[in-house]
Ligand binder design. Sequence first.
Ligand SMILES: [Cu+2]
Length: 106
Amino acid sequence: MQVIHSEYKACNASSPISTHTTGNDSITINTHGHHFFVCGVPGHCQSGQKVDINVLRSPSPMPSLSAPLPPPAAPSPSPSAAPPSLQLRCLLPNLLLLYLFITIFA
Ligand SMILES: [Cu+2]
């Protein structure tokens, strides 16, 4: 879920800006600045399932071209009979967001 900064710091998910619960949510960010997301499952945010995405106003004026990014290592979930655990469903979007975060700053 998306929260404001103070609630991101406090891991307070009681009044989120938006909530995403499928485990496969896609979030489009159209504004620059910080966007804070935390996991709403009790204890998960405290365990580090939180991400701060800072969208820069414009590309940094680096004169040299950086190497192309490798394709994201996205192992698809194995089609096992066991239903996905809450933690896994929660972790996946966070990893995606972390990748987004890394991509923005790479
Ligand atoms: Cu979680």
